[in-house]
Write a protein that binds this ligand. Sequence first.
Ligand code: CTP
Length: 409
Amino acid sequence: MAKLLLGVSGGIAAFKALEFVRLATERGHAVRVIQTHSSKRFVGTASFAALTGAPVLSGEFERDPLRGSFPGEPLGEHDPASHLALVGAADVFVIAPASANTIAKLANGLADNLLTNAALAARCPLIVAPAMNHRMFEHPATQANIALLRERGVTIIEPGTGRLATPGEHGIGRLAEPAELLAACEVALAPNSSWRGRGVLVTAGGTREPIDAVRHIANRSSGRMGFAIAEAALGRGAEVVVIAANVSLQRDPRIRYIDVESTEQLATACAAEAETADVLVMCAAVADLRPAAELNGKLSRGATDRLTLELEATPDILAGLAAARRNGQKLVGFAAEHGAQGIERAREKLQGKQVDMIVYNDISSEGIGFDSPDNEVTLITAKGEQHLPRAPKSTIAMQLIEAIEALQP
Ligand code: CTP
């Protein structure tokens, strides 16, 4: 458990900081929040206070009812002499969202509110997550300020690209996802993370097997779980490659993506990439059967009123990679099973595919699995089983990365 100090500045993305606090407290961290005055126009202090279990501070002259302590700590005997007690005690200080104005103040060493005072006084790792309109973010002044902060050792969490708060505006400037912010905090807390520099290969999405020039057999996998795992590994400092089978989700510029469609393409890409991967997480939903032969051109309705497709089994990519694995390489498979005895079938896959872990989920449960933001899984290893209760896929991904770390070499 660590002491995380969160600075929230004024921006529409302040609402995402609430989710960050929820995730961080769920992971057992103690969180205190400093808000700028303008951030309170977006999210009120009561929300942060309720989630952290501690009062929120904004001004340099405000008294801290908790006397500079974090939730779970004994209350200090005296009022701290300095308004900087909180940042003095924090293990990491993360500013999210960081507005253009706050970033400019940080770059210039201004200290006109508690947040900027705390940033100047911070001796712990400082993480800044910009969020703003794309024209403001791309402005040379903002870019220069960010470059300066980076030079001074501040960790910058790049904003994402996508739809922005202003209707019709699209571009770079969206605050990084809360799970990514938390992963960055955890890396800062453990700079010698065992993931640093390790090669992680994740497959995501679902394959498509062509029937004719326009039709295919597909499955419902969205790629969300695989992308979340890749982001969690990235957050821990790993070098991440994702083989994405038909995934149309937002991408992280720090991850290398290889796009594939069919099982055959996935198998080829896996064989090439597995050579340098230390960990392989086979999250993609791979077709078990494919049309034995692709029909030429587009099959027309007039041609026939009944059609029999002959299907053939696809190669088991994961089992093939396991058979050819390098010394020390870790392999994780998934088993999306339906209903009763699903867990037994998943246990059999651990042996059958000769992998280190099977992530089992019951896709007959409502609200988890395919295309949903949540999941609930059981991690099966030779040593035992660990149930991860229903949570956002980003949280499950972080827990999975920890469990992989705990696998013996
Ligand atoms: N898998 C694979 N190649 C395949 C089929 C599956 O690499 N042709 C991988 C999946 O990515 C997953 C694991 O194997 O990590 C289990 O997939 P699943 O479809 O549950 O198992 P199957 O071996 O196909 O067995 P069954 O469909 O009979 O349950």
